[in-house]
Design a protein around this ligand. Structure first.
Ligand code: GTP
Length: 235
């Protein structure tokens, strides 16, 4: 095993699968099974899920809504996804705990770092909902923050593309994929990995990032066992 403790960032949009909105059950179960596979190997897993399949604060602002209001709505969207993921994990026998950055104690534990770490040590998957609990931060920033707090060995950013490319591979099929990059190279080449806040948090705290295709079955296991999948960003 290359990584003992990971923070997995899942995109909310990816949860839509082929749907236009909401959660595709097949995709959800696929993700849950991938997580189970590495949990069975003994990897300690924290997960942050986005909310873009349900609501995006930035888009709401473009439509005239106050950004703060929109961002809180987006945080609630991450809770819906987190609850769905927890239910999916539970349905296949994976022990998990859901912690929320915004207190909603009827449905989730509050985020308590020490408690989260204890859950991980006991082999429970810990899902971190409600982003950072603050407006103006993305769920990528939440992933970076939680990764640092739980002392994760790496952030695994699951996407629908194979890694980091010289250009958007969905727009330019000739775009070149990188296997390895340094944080400085990502800055200098102005590559889109995460938003700057999230990226800087990783850089300053020396948390490597692997961007990989989460939709390819078996990929998550390959990443944690050290196979050459996706793009690794490190110092
Ligand atoms: P250990 O003490 O390590 O055994 O952890 P534990 O999570 O099993 O213990 P605890 O008795 O604290 O929690 C039992 C269940 O209640 C778990 O499913 C928790 O996620 C849940 N739980 C704990 N605190 C809260 C809370 O504030 N709100 C909600 N909704 N659930 C909670």
């Amino acid at each position: 095993m290359k990584y003992k403790r990971i923070l997995l960032k899942l995109s909310g949009e990816a949860l839509m699968g082929k749907k236009q909105f909401g959660i595709d059950n097949d995709r959800l179960m696929q993700y849950a099974n991938e997580v189970k596979e590495i949990s069975d190997l003994g990897v300690e897993i924290g997960i942050v899920v986005g909310g873009g399949n349900i609501f995006r604060g930035v888009q709401a602002e473009q439509g005239g809504m106050d950004r703060t209001q929109g961002d809180y709505m987006g945080m609630l969207a991450t809770m819906i996804n987190s609850m769905a993921l927890q239910a999916a994990l539970e349905s296949i026998g994976v022990y998990s705990r859901l912690q929320s950055a915004i207190e909603m104690k009827e449905i989730a534990e509050p985020f308590i770092k020490r408690r989260a770490v204890r859950h991980l040590e006991k082999g429970r998957v810990v899902i971190f909902g409600s982003g950072t609990g603050n407006p103006f931060f993305t769920t990528d920033s939440a992933a970076s923050l939680r990764a640092i707090e739980i002392d994760a060995d790496v952030i695994l950013k699951g996407t629908r593309v194979n890694g980091i490319y010289s250009e958007d591979p969905e727009l330019n099929p000739d775009a070149k994929m990188y296997d390895n990059l340094t944080f400085s190279e990502v800055f200098n080449k102005d590559l889109k990995v995460m938003d700057m806040t999230a990226f800087t948090l990783c850089k300053e705290n020396n948390v490597p990032i692997i961007v990989f295709n989460m939709n390819k079955p078996g990929n998550l296991k390959k990443v944690v066992t050290g196979e050459n999948v996706g793009t690794l960003v490190e110092v």
